[in-house]
Design a protein around this ligand. Structure first.
Ligand code: HXC
Length: 260
């Protein structure tokens, strides 16, 4: 797909930096299947391009991404999500050789937080809000969140965030070590571009190997964890609470969970 054929993202290049901007403003950049395919295709195209040395992934001022698209997920069954290996394609981002920098302003919730954590660095604007609110929908993180957040911030904070679904501002995310740097929101994308340009100016091979080395430290045991998490995520689609939680969101009412 050529760079101007995407419908849910915008793709640009600044010298040796590839830029992917999520562009579903009507849904706060909620991650649907089409957007996933486009982000992965664009990132893999940059990854295969020796003229690109770093990739910046960003959203809008209001939202990096407000999570997986609940309207797309709401009616899915357990068999659907297993048969589709629903959202499994996101894992490809973890395998990119090229360093990736997430530039996060506004909401990075659920799959949005997980997408930021799939990147190598997170540059957060001071308006950024992180969280894993899946529990409020009767499901759990499904793009690696329970694994990457726990490794990033430790069990105590990960349990707090994942079991309560609360939102965390950028200063707390900074304190916990989830983000690389916090900057004034108006500078987020520019800072990310400068960092990416800095990285892209280094040896592509060394940067790729350095990234691989850091990731080995971070990821030992991760693959198994994500596989288990994915199956548990799928199993939430066998519950009434998933049906209720997502239906309630779509109807803009409070969910009435029956704990079954
Ligand atoms: C679909 C979404 C959405 C989402 C927002 N929208 N988030 N649509 N999926 N995740 C839509 C709303 O329905 C609304 O469209 C429009 O975007 C603006 O959102 P509002 O709610 O009106 O905005 P606001 O009041 O400012 O609240 C912002 C918000 C809230 C706090 C971010 O939208 C929210 O709570 N969103 C859901 C966050 C969430 O639960 N994320 C986790 C998803 S589960 P309309 O047309 O109705 O006006 C997940 C699982 C990952 O990510 C694992 C998958 C494998």
């Amino acid at each position: 797909m050529s760079e101007n054929e995407y419908s849910t993202i915008a793709v640009d290049r600044r010298d040796r930096v590839g830029v992917i901007t999520l562009n579903r403003p009507e849904a706060l950049n909620a991650l649907n299947t089409e957007l996933m395919g486009e982000v992965v295709a664009a990132a893999q195209a940059f990854d295969a391009d020796p003229g690109i040395g770093a990739i910046v992934l960003t959203g809008s001022d209001r939202a990096f991404a407000a999570g997986a698209d609940i309207k797309e997920m709401a009616d899915k069954t357990f068999s659907d999500v297993v048969a589709e290996q629903f959202f499994g394609a996101w894992d490809a981002l973890a395998g990119l050789r090229t360093p990736t920098v997430a530039a996060v302003n506004g909401y990075a919730l659920g799959g949005g937080c997980e997408l930021a954590m799939l990147c190598d660095l997170i540059i957060a604007g001071d308006t950024a809000v992180f969280g894993q609110p899946e529990i409020n929908l009767g499901v759990i993180p499904g793009i690696g969140g329970s694994q990457r957040l726990t490794r990033a911030v430790g069990k105590a904070k990960a349990m707090d965030l994942i079991l309560t679904g609360r939102q965390m501002k950028s200063d707390e995310a900074d304190r916990l070590g989830l983000v690389s740097r916090v900057v004034p929101a108006e500078n987020t994308v520019q800072t990310a571009l400068e960092i990416a340009a800095d990285i892209a100016g280094k040896s592509l091979i060394a940067a790729g190997l350095a990234k691989e080395a850091v990731n080995r430290a971070f990821e030992s045991g991760l693959t198994e964890g994500v596989r288990v998490e994915r199956n548990l995520f799928y199993s939430t689609f066998a519950t009434d609470d998933q049906t209720e939680g997502m239906a309630a969101f779509v109807a803009k009412r409070r969910p009435d969970f029956q704990h079954r």
